[in-house]
Design a protein around this ligand. Sequence first.
Ligand code: SF4
Length: 401
Amino acid sequence: MKTYYIHTFGCKVNRYETQLISEKFKKDGFEQALKPEEANIIIFNSCTVTAEADKECEYFLRKVSKFERSEKIFITGCLVKNKAEYIKNKFPEIQIITEKSELFSEPSKQIIRGFDKRSRAFVKIQDGCDSFCSYCIVPYVRNKLWSKPAETVIEEIKNLVNNGYPEIVLTGIHVGKWRGQQDGGVATSFVPLTLPTLIGKIVKIPSQFRIRISSVEINEIDNNLIETMKEYPDKICRHLHIPLQSGSDEILKSMNRHYDTASFEKKVKSIITELPELALTSDIITGFPGETEKHHKETCDFIKKMPFARLHIFRYSDREGTKASGFGNKVHPDEIKKRSNDLFEIDGLKRKNFLNENTGKKRKAVSIGDKKALTDNYITVKTDKKRKGIFEITVLEDSEV
Ligand code: SF4
């Protein structure tokens, strides 16, 4: 039997799309190889979000291009959208697939039935971004906005739940840009449905499962969403990932983020008042062009006072073609490293505080791997064995946020 191997770089959406590709290969009679050197066909689902991501992809391409067994090596994904000519010249033996959907079995529908080697399934509900944050390459490589129709999302989730996945993570490039049509209606341009309405429909699926929203912008959270989260505590994880990116208003403006720290803080406070047990996680970029010591201090002070459970800290990575790439006043890499260390320290304290607040409490969890479970509020707890479905667990001191 012919075999394929697929390697995924980057975000949850890429992991979802790898599953679509994998299901297509299996449908065509291929078997999945565990190692690239054992496969007839190798596929790279690439990422270009940072310079590091580019380097990582190139490292693997160099490695596999020496394999003798592989008849074909393909690369698809954001890196080829961004640098097709470069990849073509550097790796002429590797075939480029610019339109990834050519590898899906139903490109217009995009629906999966399982999620290889995972107990939580990611479901892509949306693609594309047109926000053009000044540092971000994504709108240049995934610019076309696309939303999966509500009925397809519901069908996909029902299938996955029936196939034993107790947690569904709603993913997208910019999830809050999901738009849907009114039931049975066609003329939708005036009142399109938004993310909270979709979530309101998903929670009504009668089976036992829960959803987690992968990431949502502060301006896209409305009362409707918070009310639904309150009303369905077992169906929607008590977790929101809201990217902040900087705690300095000047830097936020320069990043083309459409909020300031005061409005972010006000909204977060009202969310936490309504959902006091929520795990609030966030992204921060350090070393954005023009970020001075003063801006960095503003960021540190702001995140210290915010009720974050955990932060994902990224060092600014210059992406050619973005607006920020043309900005002067680039921050020296040594300084970026120093600033990221300050932020890691604050993040460590945040995680510790959140864990202390939760130690001894009972939470609903799902198994992730054989000896770990993930609570609804994003705490990883050690377990003795893998369990099915959603179960209650006590958060212990040696858990991790
Ligand atoms: S919202 Fe901003 S950071 Fe997120 S994908 Fe769009 S442009 Fe990039």
